[in-house]
Structures are given as C-alpha cells and as structure tokens.
Design a protein around this ligand. Structure first.
Ligand code: PFF
Length: 475
C-alpha cells in the first residue's frame, strides 16, 4: 500500500530500517544499566517474571497502539493523533496527550544524556587503559592494572565531584545526538541504526559468551530466574510496570513519531512483537552478561545504580582480558544509549517541524540545546547543588536530587499518564475499521489486542499512576 507523505516528507527506506531504528530506540540504558540494577535490588527471578508479564500484556499492545497512530497519522505526535481523531470522528483535543508525550521526551533526554556522559567517560578511561595494555605488549591483561579497589571505585565519586568533566561528557554526547537527528530520518537516524545495531548485537553476544566462559553462570541463572515470590511486594510490581514502559520507550510518543515514517503498512503486529521481544531479550542478555561476572568476583549483585560503574570495573581488573572486555562493555552501552537518545530528540524535533514549521536543523538545535541546558542542572545536582531538592515540598520527592527528580517525575507521572491516555484513545475512540485495516491483524489477534488495549492497559497503567503517586496505598 502506498502511503501519503509525512508532514516532514521523510520516511524509512525499508521495514528492516524501521525495525532497527525502533529496536535501537527501545534498547538503551534502560536495558543494560537499569534492568539489571532493578532485578538485583528487587530479588531477581520474581521481578523478572513480573517484568516479562508487563511487557507482553501491557507493553506490546501499547507499542502497536503507538505505531498504529503514527502510521495512520503520518505526522509528528500531535499531528498524528489529530489525524487519527479526525478519521475516527473523535475530538481533536485528544492530541493534547501527544503534547504531554513530547514534553516528557525532552526532560528524559536531558538526564539520559548526563548518564550517557558517564558511560562515555568510562569508555574513555577503559579505552585509554586498553591502549596502554597494547602498548605494553600485554593486550589481554586485566583492566586498570595496579589500581587499588578503592581507587577504582572512587573514580565515580571523583567524576561526580567534577562539574567540568561531567559537562564535557554531556556536551559531547548531546552533540553527537544532535548531529545525527539534524541529518534527518534517512541520512541520520536510519543510517546510525543500520550501522550501530548490528555492531551492538555482535558485541552483546560476544560479551555474554565471555561471561559464560569466565563467569559464574550457574549462580547468575539462579539469581535471575529462580523466583522468590516472597519478594513480590506491590512496590516491586509497580517498579516492573514502570520499567516496562521506559524500556519499550512508551509514553513519550517516540513510537508514534517513528511510526509516522512508515510508508507501507504490512504486519504492524509482527513488527511490534519483534520490538518487544528484542527489547526484553536484550535486557535478559544484559543480565546474563553482567551477573556471571559479578558473582565470579564475589561482588554484590544488589549494589544499585552504581553496579555498572563501580562494581564492574573492579571485576574487569581481576578477569582475564579485562582491559579489552571492560572497554568493549562500555562501548556497548554507549551504542545502545545513542540509538535511544536520537529517538528522544526526534520526538520534539518532529513536533517543531510539523507544528511550528521549523526546519529540521533549527528544531533539533532548539530542543537539543534546551535539553543540554536542563542536563546541566542535573549534573550540578551531583556537586555544587547537591542539596537542591526541586520538588522537596512533595513527600514523594522530598529527598530526591535534581536528576532523580526529573527521572522520577517523568517516569512516575508523565509516562504512565500518556500511556494510559494512548490506550483509552486507541481502545475506545479510534475507528474500528481503521484498527483492523491498518494493523493487518487477523480477526482473533485483533480481538485480543482490542481487549488488552481497551481494558487491561488503562486499568493497569492507571493503577501504576495512582500507586506511583501515592505509594502509601500499597503499604
Ligand atoms: N527505551 C530507552 C531505554 O530503555 O533506555 C529509553 C527511552 C528511549 C525512553 C526513547 C523513551 C524514548 F522515547
């Protein structure tokens, strides 16, 4: 089927290109940094099972819903919802939830770039160390030879205490994101995804195999897959749901925006399933890459957000070939982060093009620049403004620094809100014939999807929203 042109006139050159870009958007820091951290903190197996259930019962229907809106709308998030509403005789005010999504993408990009900046720093440190290892004629030595454990773990604190260094890394990462997005859907985003995603998968598989050979796989498997249901508190379920939304890039209109560049509607259901499966597969593989190494060296799997930055570099010191492996590990995370950050910047950029009539470079520069500035606030929250609590009056965020406040507010409020409204819109307002023709689902699958999106998603995501805001309800 030949499509109408998008507002921006751009499009993917093939279905594979779209899948690579969408998987690239989904697979990011959420999979490699956050998922293993949460699994570690929430007791492993029980969390993983709930997470997988959330992905397939709630996430997958929402992925298809967002792609459907974009494919039909062929415009930025707001314009696409407006167009679907018009075709469905629904009020154009529904497009407001798209605007909330656009407004969420932008602060997420700000802190995402700061965290990716840490990854960039570690890639640089371990890259330089690997280079030294080569020069010293021992390329397969461990990482950071001769450095004490305290010194290795202290690197993170030193980085956080240095606003200039944090700023430089944030600048470089945001600059790369901006450069790619400004080049456009075809020459920028698609090209980056087609080179980077295959490289990502090769690296990931290589590192998992390394973990299997050198690490303690049995203990990692037991940790990740043995469910201890006594650990399943309502908070853990809430966290798993929130993580599923973040990991699949839902609730920020990212897949609406990427979906709008699809020219031919064929098998949107299968495409959505591939995205959900790939994203979940990468999260599990990331666990299988990290935990065997953590256990082999006898480190703490529940170290929290510092696991990747503080715990693992020490493990790389003691493991054979650690200089090379450590370097590749951070390059892997960096690649995952770039393909996600470009999707975050693309959302407001497309909005500027579609709704404001700006040129692509101008729109990318405005939003990338603004996100860069907000990111500076986040990174100052680790040093000069470490006492600042932006939403300190709100008990939920009473003791939360700037970066975590933005992360928490977007993750707990904006993403679930947009995801809930997306499901209500598609489940109750969108024209039924349109749903059937545009998704190409078989009648039986269509029925299941419509049930999940109309009933299960709004109720479950609504519950995350309410319990996320009022955690005392879960006690
Ligand atoms: N899904 C990304 C991750 O797991 O790291 C984060 C993200 C990217 C969220 C793009 C939203 C988005 F639009």
């Amino acid at each position: 089927m030949v499509a109408t042109t998008t507002t921006t006139g751009e499009g993917w050159s093939s279905r594979t290109a779209f899948i690579l870009a969408a998987v690239g958007a989904a697979v990011g820091l959420g999979n490699i940094w956050r998922f293993p951290t949460l699994a570690g903190e929430s007791g492993g197996g029980a969390f993983v099972i709930v997470y997988i259930a959330c992905v397939f019962l709630l996430g997958l229907p929402l992925v298809l819903a967002e792609i459907f809106i974009g494919k039909v709308g062929q415009s930025d998030a707001v314009g696409s919802i407006r167009r679907v509403a018009a075709k469905s005789n629904a009020s154009s005010s529904w497009s407001l939830f798209g605007l909330v999504g656009v407004m969420a993408a932008f602060p997420i990009l700000s802190f995402y770039s700061v965290v990716a900046g840490w990854v960039l720093y570690y890639s640089g440190v371990l890259g330089a160390d690997f280079f030294q290892a080569i020069m010293s004629g021992d390329p397969f030595r461990g990482a950071l030879a001769g450095e004490s454990r305290e010194a290795i773990q202290g690197r993170m604190g030193n980085l956080f205490a240095d606003p200039g260094l944090l700023l430089t890394m944030h600048f470089l990462f945001m600059g790369a994101t901006l450069f790619i997005v400004a080049r456009g859907v075809h020459a920028g985003i698609e090209k980056a995804a087609t080179y980077l995603m295959p490289a990502f998968f090769v690296l990931l598989i290589g590192l998992v195999i390394y973990g299997m050979i050198e690490g303690d796989v049995a203990q990692a498997m037991a940790f990740l897959f043995t469910p201890d249901f006594s650990k399943l508190t309502p908070q853990v379920i809430n966290t798993a749901l929130g993580q599923a939304l973040f990991s699949l890039s839902l609730g920020v209109a990212g897949l609406i925006t990427y979906g709008s560049y699809i020219k031919e509607s064929s098998g949107l259901g299968a495409t959505s399933a591939m995205i959900a499966i790939a994203d979940t597969g990468v999260a599990l593989l990331a666990g299988l890459m990290i935990f065997p190494i953590v256990f082999a060296v006898g480190l703490d799997p529940a170290a929290g957000p510092t696991l990747v930055f503080q715990t693992l570099p020490f493990a790389f010191q003691t493991m054979p070939g650690g200089a090379l492996i450590g370097f590749l590990f951070f390059v892997l995370i960096l690649v995952a982060a770039v393909t996600s950050s470009i999707s975050l910047l693309e959302v407001p950029t497309a909005w500027g093009i579609g709704e404001r009539g700006w040129s692509r470079p101008k729109s990318a520069l405005i939003f990338g620049g603004a996100a860069f500035l907000v990111g500076i606030l986040c990174l100052l929250g680790y040093n000069v403004w470490s006492d600042v609590r932006p939403l300190g009056f709100w008990p939920l965020f009473a003791d939360t620094d700037i970066l975590d406040t933005i992360d928490g507010f977007t993750g707990k409020v904006m993403l679930p809100l947009v995801a809930m409204l997306t499901s209500i819109f598609v489940g109750w307002k969108a024209d039924r014939t349109l749903l059937a023709t545009e998704t190409g689902l078989s009648p039986a699958v269509l029925k299941i999807w419509r049930f999940l999106i109309a009933w299960v998603c709004p109720l479950a995501v609504g519950a995350i929203l309410v319990t996320g805001l009022f955690p005392s309800l879960l006690d």
